[in-house]
Design a protein around this ligand. Structure first.
Ligand code: 7RM
Length: 631
């Protein structure tokens, strides 16, 4: 088991050691896991290709480390504690022993249905235990999982299945989310009309809805489980074999299939989980993310299970049946560590404080935040009303691509500073880079955030497009991984992430490419061109402001707006719907045809006093028109 850091002095000495001798540092931690064969070389790398290999030659199966190795000591301990959407339905406690059996059984179902090592298996499921079990079952047989968030549309699902050429889809008849039910099976059916690689679709019964099962393709999970036993040998995998693909938005219309590998991801997720949350053996830990995002992968499933923790999985939403639900669950399961997103905090902060004060939150020891910069008001509310000024808040900065938490306080060990992610974890070497690509040394400086040395859980490639991986992350600043985030380092060397510096916006902690949303809007037959920008939004952090040029003769009214929203829902999903749509006759473009988003952002923010230099615009008069029509 990985040992956790116990004092600030120890943090400092571990950090120094991790920089002076990274290979020795990580090899020591990697030693604590179960390997079927020891690795030959701890690290080989260059950021030019890029090529990054950790624990090369090592053989293992990550599920043996999540499950089998815990059986002796904590077989009867709860591994997954599942809280349903409907508070009147019973919670489910799954012990490590039961989880081990259910994963093995599910793995046998995959094998019976043609699943094997190296296959890509797509998961499009609600937040039920079977989703976590399915993820681990893929890893058990050496298949690569690709989880698609169940809020994505049929088109988005089909694109992801086709990009990775998945041969199996795991889905469910539907899911419960708050007062809504979502018919996942019918969305999946629509997607599969355009997915020729899919041989089998295995369907979980969750909501008992009417579904059509396609002969030869669709099978019920419960029927398949009845055919197999609960023993399944773990496939021997290479440390550098892929573990999963997870799609994330970039600055083009095409989402990127971020690829992580087994060995390094395993070592880093347990290391970061234990240290950031200071997990203790009998703690109950709850991360409210969805497994469809990286936070769910690393800090609901892998990190906690590797650490032998009790990890809570919640099916519902923060405001159902009312705005006290999170706190009711904290009281009910005596949660010790609670990890959520600023957008959820802000939404609950806007509700009556009675929803908080009704519940006993005294079990809480650690609070966490992830997904976007946390504003000081939300930080203070979280600290005062949830933590009762008595729980460290770990503001954890990281990305889908980094696999694990990179910059964050270690709860109760390292200093806090509101709105600052503070200090890098041991093994992480951040730096700030100026416009000329030079590293900015010293403190009290700003720049673009890069990482200058490999860490075990970093992405290895983008599925099927290594060149895009090189271009996006390793070509902007030679010899460095570029995060896409802007950052400040204060006078004490503490980091504050200020937000994206590329064409990516962050809405309620969900990453969205401006091009992706624009492409969807442009699918409306009367839209000639569109441009979207983010603007400050009280709850979501950033809202989406869309500027649309319409065909002449098309009514520019609320009905058209509704049609555009429906298009976006159809092509991406409801999370990408613009909050505001302004119809315009032109967009501010440079002579080379590039949209000046800076100007559109200012107008969307309601700050038109100083739009900066507009002299390079092709037609400066359009700016006046847009200003007048601003919403
Ligand atoms: C884990 C996750 C990554 C982007 C990242 C940032 C932003 C995430 C914080 C944050 C400020 C934080 N993965 N971000 N955490 N910004 N403080 N603590 O969110 O791939 O979906 O998004 O999110 O811009 O680059 S992600």
């Amino acid at each position: 088991m990985i040992q956790k850091i116990n004092s600030f002095e120890e943090y400092q000495s571990e950090y120094a050691k991790s920089v002076a001798n990274p290979e020795e540092f990580w090899a020591e931690h990697a030693q604590t896991f179960q390997w079927k064969k020891q690795w030959d070389k701890t690290l080989e790398w260059n950021f030019e290709e890029p090529k990054i290999e950790w624990f090369k030659g090592g053989k293992l199966n990550i599920t043996e480390n999540c499950l089998d190795r815990h059986l002796e000591e904590r077989g009867d301990k709860t591994a997954i504690l599942w809280e349903p959407n409907d508070p009147s339905e019973s919670a489910i406690h799954i012990t490590y022993k039961e989880l081990h059996e259910r994963v093995c059984q599910f793995a046998n179902v995959l094998k019976n249905n043609g699943g094997k090592k190296g296959d890509r298996i797509c998961l499009y499921m609600p937040m039920v235990p079977e989703l976590a079990i399915a993820v681990l079952a893929c890893a058990r047989i050496g298949a690569i999982h690709s989880v698609v968030f169940a809020g994505f549309s049929a088109k988005a699902l089909a694109d992801r299945i086709n990009d990775a050429k998945c041969n199996i889809l795991l889905t469910s008849d539907g899911g419960f989310r708050g007062a809504k039910t979502i018919n996942l099976k019918s969305i999946a059916d629509e997607a599969l009309e355009n997915c020729s690689s899919i041989q089998k679709s295995i369907v979980l019964k969750r909501i008992n809805s009417e579904v059509t099962m396609k002969e030869g393709r669709d099978v019920w999970l419960h029927d398949e489980l009845a055919k197999v036993d609960v023993n399944c040998k773990a496939e021997e995998m290479d440390a550098e074999d892929p573990l999963f693909i997870l799609y994330t938005s970039g600055s083009t219309g095409q989402p990127k299939g971020v690829q992580h590998t087994i060995g390094g991801y395993m070592v880093y997720t347990e290391y970061s989980f234990r240290n950031v949350f200071q997990y203790e053996e009998n703690d109950v830990y709850w991360c409210t993310a969805d497994i469809g995002w990286v936070t769910g992968h690393s800090y609901i499933v892998y990190g906690p299970l590797l650490a032998g923790a009790t990890t809570v999985m919640f099916e519902g939403v923060p405001t159902y049946p009312d705005a006290g639900r999170f706190w009711e669950v904290v009281e009910k399961h005596k949660i010790n560590a609670f990890y959520t997103a600023p957008t959820a905090i802000r939404a609950l902060q806007a509700c009556d404080i009675g929803f908080v004060n009704k519940y006993d939150l005294s079990s809480l020891k650690v609070l966490g935040s992830v997904g976007e910069p946390i504003n000081v008001e939300a930080w203070e509310w979280y600290n005062k009303h949830i933590g009762k000024n008595n729980c460290p808040i770990v503001d954890t900065w990281w990305q889908t691509e980094t696999g694990g938490i990179m910059i964050s306080p270690l709860a109760g060990i390292t200093p806090l500073k509101p709105t600052y992610a503070t200090l890098p974890l041991p093994g992480i070497q951040p730096c700030l880079v100026d416009a000329d690509g030079n590293e900015t040394e010293g403190n009290d400086v700003v720049g673009n955030l890069c990482i200058k040395f490999p860490w075990p859980s970093m992405l290895r490639t983008l599925w099927g497009d290594h060149e895009r991986c090189r271009q996006t992350y390793f070509a902007t600043y030679s010899g460095k991984y570029f995060t896409g985030d802007g950052c400040k380092r204060d006078e004490n060397g503490m980091y504050r992430i200020t937000g994206r510096v590329d064409d990516v916006i962050n809405v309620s902690g969900h990453r969205m490419g401006t091009a992706e949303v624009e492409n969807a809007i442009n699918e409306h037959e009367a839209v000639i061109e569109s441009a979207i920008v983010g603007y400050p939004h009280d709850i979501k952090g950033q809202g989406i402001y869309a500027y649309c040029i319409m065909e002449t003769g098309k009514a520019v009214d609320d009905k058209t707006r509704t049609e555009i929203l429906a298009k976006v829902t159809d092509i991406i999903g409801p999370i990408a719907k613009p909050d505001k749509i302004q119809f315009v006759s032109g967009l501010p473009k440079t002579r080379s045809g590039k949209i000046m988003r800076r100007i559109l952002r200012k107008i969307a923010e309601g700050d038109t006093s100083n739009l900066g230099d507009t002299s390079t615009l092709l037609d400066p008069s359009v700016v006046e028109e847009i200003k007048i029509g601003a919403l």
